[in-house]
Design a protein. Structure first.
Lengths: 104, 316
């Protein structure tokens, strides 16, 4: 029950941080990091207590640690796609903003 | 020697875990990789979109008709369902079968509530045509390169909106668009009149003769996108496809992530329902404790996935 209440409090905390970001009391990056941190805490609470990992960790680490490493590697492997994706020349003028030529 | 061999065979081997529990964890690590692929791709796609450009940016939850409080409500529902599964496991462990059955029923009910809310959200996406491959991508101020890049998609968007505007006008006038004249729309709603005016602008116009000849070019996909968005702002009841930069990418990510998660919730509901039915027919006993624990571990994993999906899609 305590864990469920903590999870509910964490959800409300995420919501409040989001409101603060919208109201520009917090920067987007700070808000993102806090909300992601809260999500990690919630996930750990569920995994350790509800999924009994705090008791079963010694029997399961050999399965979970390699998976964690592979999951992190997958994220890093995807990074180049994001970097080369976007090309934007801010000095360019939009076609729709060019004046229409009369009689064209 | 024989005695020694016999003793060796009786030596406890393996992990202090049930086979079912180990099998479930092995299954879950494949699921971890599956959702890491989905969430990781979403994060990379999103991070590649500039955050400072006035027009080109990732859609906000409001633009794609996502309500934060609905997502938060669903998070509470899943947290509560995780608690009820834990309570069901505890109850069956101490032989309180009736209580365990009730908790299992409650878990199934909460899972169905989650899916019901998700269906409501999907319905809103369908109603506003926020679907992969349909949303307009161009708005004025995006740059020539982007307008060139998305030209073909932009022209598809123009034709889609032309069809929607035509349907709106024909519905009001009660006749084919080619036969519609201005008097046919007398008494029509402001929204319909604006649709008719936009339809005319879409085609372009050549007026006058000789020296007095003037030509109004048809709207570009970017200009049409801006007009449609303005029209939807004033008349949200119109069924027009909006223009949302990166909207198609957002919709693909949204439906892929939440869709696969919803399928996992459905799978959990089916298995939990079986245990609930067994309990309702009086077949549930303490020998089911292990199976309920394993199912509960799966259900908690589905909860953890949503714990990450909720902030990524609804908040930040």
């Amino acid at each position: 029950m305590t864990v469920a209440v903590l999870l509910a409090i964490c959800t409300v905390a995420s919501f409040v941080v989001n409101v603060l970001v919208r109201g520009t009391s917090l920067t987007a990056m700070t808000g993102f990091l806090i909300i992601l941190g809260v999500a990690v805490v919630k996930a750990l609470l569920v995994a350790l207590v509800f999924m009994h990992l705090s008791w079963d960790w010694r029997s399961l680490y050999f399965v979970l640690v390699p998976t964690g490493i592979l999951a992190a590697t997958l994220m890093v492997a995807l990074l180049p796609d994001g970097v080369i994706d976007f090309v934007q020349d801010a000095d360019e003028v939009a076609v729709s903003e060019l004046p229409a030529k009369p009689g064209r | 020697m024989t005695d020694a061999s016999h003793k060796l065979e009786r030596t406890p081997m393996g992990l202090p875990l049930s086979n079912g529990k180990l099998a479930m964890w092995l299954f879950l690590v494949t699921e971890i990789m599956f959702f890491t692929g989905l969430i990781g791709t979403y994060l990379i796609v999103r991070a590649s979109v500039p955050s400072t450009h006035p027009v080109i940016r990732w859609p906000t939850p409001q633009e794609v008709h996502l309500e934060e409080w609905i997502g938060a409500f669903n998070t509470f529902v899943l947290i509560l369902s995780s608690l009820t599964v834990v309570l069901a496991h505890y109850a069956i462990g101490i032989g309180q079968v009736g209580k365990a059955t009730r908790y299992l029923g409650l878990t199934v009910l909460l899972g169905l509530v989650f899916l019901g809310v998700k269906a409501y959200e999907y319905q809103a996406k369908f109603a506003h045509d926020i679907l992969p491959g349909r949303i307009g991508e161009l708005l004025p101020g995006m740059g020539v390169q982007r307008e060139r890049q998305f030209h073909a998609v932009g022209m598809q968007y123009v034709e889609r909106v032309r069809g929607q505007l035509t349907a709106q006008v024909e519905k009001t006038a009660g006749k084919n668009l080619k036969e519609v004249t201005d008097p046919d729309l007398q008494g029509a709603s402001e929204a319909t009149l604006k649709c008719y005016a936009l339809l005319k602008e879409l085609t372009g116009e050549l007026k006058g003769e000789g020296e007095n000849k003037t030509y109004t070019p048809p709207l570009t996909p970017a200009q049409l996108g801006a007009r449609v968005n303005d029209l939807l702002h004033d008349h949200p009841e119109l069924h027009l496809t909006p223009t949302i930069p990166y909207g198609n990418m957002w919709a693909s990510c949204y439906f892929a992530m939440t869709g696969f998660h919803a399928l996992h919730v459905l799978g959990g509901i089916i298995v939990l329902s079986l245990f609930w039915l067994i309990g309702m027919f009086g077949g549930l006993g303490t020998h089911h404790a292990g199976a309920i624990e394993v199912t509960g571990i799966y259900w908690h994993f589905v909860d953890i996935v949503w714990i990450f999906l909720f902030p990524l899609l609804y908040l930040v």
